[in-house]
Ligand binder design. Structure first.
Ligand code: DCP
Ligand code: MG
Length: 355
């Protein structure tokens, strides 16, 4: 029996949050294909189909060894007909013709390129595609295109922002933030969250949580930290969002978004790099090849200590793990989980009916 047989025999749990997922994925050949199809579905506006591929990929990602037979596949949960067909095709031929076709499509390639720009979502990317735009050059040269400040920064730093951020770079940024935060408020707690907290060796950005052991002391800190970093020339772009927790939960709120309501800054840091850290060699034909800095996306999120455990859980990811955790809470425990709290829906209903 292979390792896979043993795992499958002990039943792979249905919810992603009930499964251990090893850092090294032994089933890349399948998960890459399924993730391509998931992207393609989301580019076409089919969110349900997109999620089905993500679910299937997540099951394969949790296996300790490579899938080798159709029989193993048939015993796994979370596989729809389409995902099964793709995996079967790869098992038989070593590749999926459908996936190859998708990656050749002009729309797929353009949407992928555009949605990789900081500040560009599916809707904008699609609109640009419909308008006939195809490349970053098209965007940069277009006279009539109205870009937001965020998109302008995203386009300007596209190459840097699409280079992986290393763990060493993330640690450096967390340290920078910590030093400045401590200069204003000793005892500030800075935590590296996101993929790095899950042990990943590289990521697309740096996610940092900021809190203080004394409730309320964290208020007002973020703008000071950003201001200070900015005056040191370390910030290329930033967008400060104030805390909207009370607005969102007020009786007349129309908010239905899944986003959390913490004060936060979406920013781009200017990180000094020794030439051996940054992958500068890859761009040695550009006039900027001697530049000794790199643009890095950083999310700073401020949370009161009373909500910190939920914020930490919510910001550790992965996105799919979080989605599954919320689905599990809701379906299996009748509880609502978000980055602010965990509560019993039945108790809340009773409280409302009694008030
Ligand atoms: N997250 C969230 N709500 C948001 C943004 C993020 O709950 N509006 C959570 C889920 C993510 C985590 O925070 O897993 C960090 O988001 P990233 O997009 O940075 O994802 P990762 O850090 O997991 O991946 P990467 O290595 O690509 O940065
Ligand atoms: Mg991240």
């Amino acid at each position: 029996h292979s390792d896979v047989d043993v795992v499958v025999a002990s039943l792979v749990p249905a919810y992603g949050c009930q499964r251990r997922t090893p850092l090294t994925n032994k089933n890349c050949i399948f998960t890459d294909a399924l993730e391509t199809l998931s992207k393609e579905a989301s580019f076409c506006g089919s969110d349900g189909r997109s999620l089905a591929f993500i679910r299937a990929a997540s099951v394969l990602r949790s296996l300790p060894s490579t899938l080798t037979t159709i029989e193993e596949l048939n015993r796994l949960p979370g596989f729809g007909e389409h995902s099964k067909r793709v995996v079967q095709e790869i098992l038989e031929d070593g590749f999926s013709a459908e996936v190859e076709r998708v990656t050749q499509k002009e729309k797929y390639q353009t949407m992928k390129l555009f949605t990789n720009i900081f500040g560009v979502g599916m809707k904008t990317a699609n609109r640009w595609y419909q308008e006939g735009l195809r490349s970053l050059g098209d965007l940069r040269n277009s006279q009539k295109l109205k870009l937001s400040k965020q998109q302008e920064a995203g386009l300007q730093h596209y190459e840097d922002l699409n280079m992986p951020v290393s763990r060493a770079e993330a640690d450096l940024i967390a340290k920078m933030v910590e030093e400045v935060a401590h200069s204003f408020l000793p005892g500030t707690i800075i935590t590296l969250a996101g993929g790095f907290r899950r042990g990943k060796l590289s990521g697309h950005d740096v996610d940092i949580l900021i809190t203080h052991a004394q409730e309320g002391r964290e208020e007002g800190l973020l703008s000071k930290v950003i201001g200070q970093l900015q005056s040191q020339g370390l910030i290329l772009y930033h967008d400060l969002k104030r805390n909207s927790y009370h607005d969102a939960f007020s009786p007349d709120s129309k908010s239905t978004s899944n986003m959390d309501h913490f004060e936060r800054s979406f920013s781009i840091f200017r990180l000094k790099v020794a030439s051996h850290i940054g992958d500068i060699g890859a761009r040695d034909h550009s006039p900027e090849s001697s530049k000794d800095w790199k643009a890095v996306r950083v999310d700073l999120v401020v949370t009161p200590i009373s909500q910190y455990p939920y914020a930490l859980l919510g910001w550790t990811g992965s996105k799919h793990f979080e989605r599954e955790l919320r689905r599990f809470s809701c379906n299996e425990k009748k509880m609502v989980l978000n980055s602010h709290a965990l509560y019993d829906t039945v108790e809340v209903q009773v409280a409302i009916s009694q008030s």
